[in-house]
Every structure is written in C-alpha cells, then in structure tokens.
Design a protein around this ligand. Structure first.
Ligand code: I3S
Length: 129
C-alpha cells in the first residue's frame, strides 16, 4: 500500500537487551549502557526501563501500566554493525531519520542476530510501503 501506516502497534519481537543511546537529533550523547526491555512493533522501536511483570495483563504489545522511556519511528532508519562504536562484542547500531542513534548489545551472538534480522525486516517493509 502507498498509505503510510502511522499506527502499526503489533509486536514483532521483544526482549531484554543492553542498550545505550549515543545521539539525539544528531547531537552526540555520552554513553549510558544498561539493560532495557525493548519492543519492536510494525513501525517503531520502544524502550522500557525494565521488563514488565509477567503477571501484568498486556494491552496488545504495550505492557499494561508501564510507560515507555522512549520510542523511535523506524521508517527510513539505518542499521549497521556497531563494532567501530564500542569495545563490546555483538553490537548493532541503529540510526533514525531525525538522527537518534542507539546501540544494542548482547553477549549472546544469536540473540543480537535475531534483533538484527527482525529490525531489518521491519525497516525493509516500511521502505516498500
Ligand atoms: O565510546 P566510548 O567513549 O569509548 O564509550 C565508553 C565510555 O562511554 C565509558 O564511559 P565514560 O567515558 O563516560 O566513563 C563507558 O563506561 C564505556 O562502556 C563506553 O564504551 P563501550 O566500549 O563499553 O561502548
């Protein structure tokens, strides 16, 4: 479809992963690595400070009663290996159109690869719309 999907909240993937924001609107930020509960939807990446309680009833993908720390639109975003941006292993670099940049990292390579694949699929689908 040529209609931009402004609201596509279905969950593609979620999980606990190490994250730091490294730029906001093109301005470099000081790294602040920490675990985040990350939810990938049909058009955005949403960051929560912690995993929602397992007992919490969910409202679709959104953990009930929790507010996201931040959320970015993935349309037009760029994905790259983040090895040149960190001494950590298995780092993925995400840059959004407005210049917000994040690193995702896991000591488990398959976990990071799964995030890479899922993010690439969403971004490619948004490119085709
Ligand atoms: O990209 P950098 O500056 O080498 O990142 C490291 C620093 O942010 C460091 O913090 P301070 O310089 O604020 O003390 C962090 O503790 C490191 O984790 C950062 O590097 P890694 O390689 O972990 O992404």
């Amino acid at each position: 479809s040529c209609q931009p999907q402004l609201d596509d909240p279905h969950e593609e993937k979620s999980g606990l992963i190490n994250m730091t924001k490294i730029a906001q609107g093109g301005r470099k930020l000081r790294k602040n690595w920490g675990p985040a509960w990350v939810v990938l939807t049909g058009n955005s990446l949403v960051f929560y400070r912690e995993r929602p309680p397992q007992s919490a009833p969910s409202q679709g993908w959104a953990p009930a009663g929790s507010r996201p720390e931040s959320s970015v639109d993935l349309r037009g975003a760029a994905l790259a290996n983040g090895r040149h941006l960190s001494s950590r292993r298995n780092v993925l670099h995400i840059r959004t159109v407005p210049g917000h940049e994040f690193l995702l990292q896991s000591d488990e390579e398959p976990e990071l690869r799964a995030w890479h694949r899922a993010l690439r699929a969403v971004i490619e689908r948004l490119d085709r719309e």
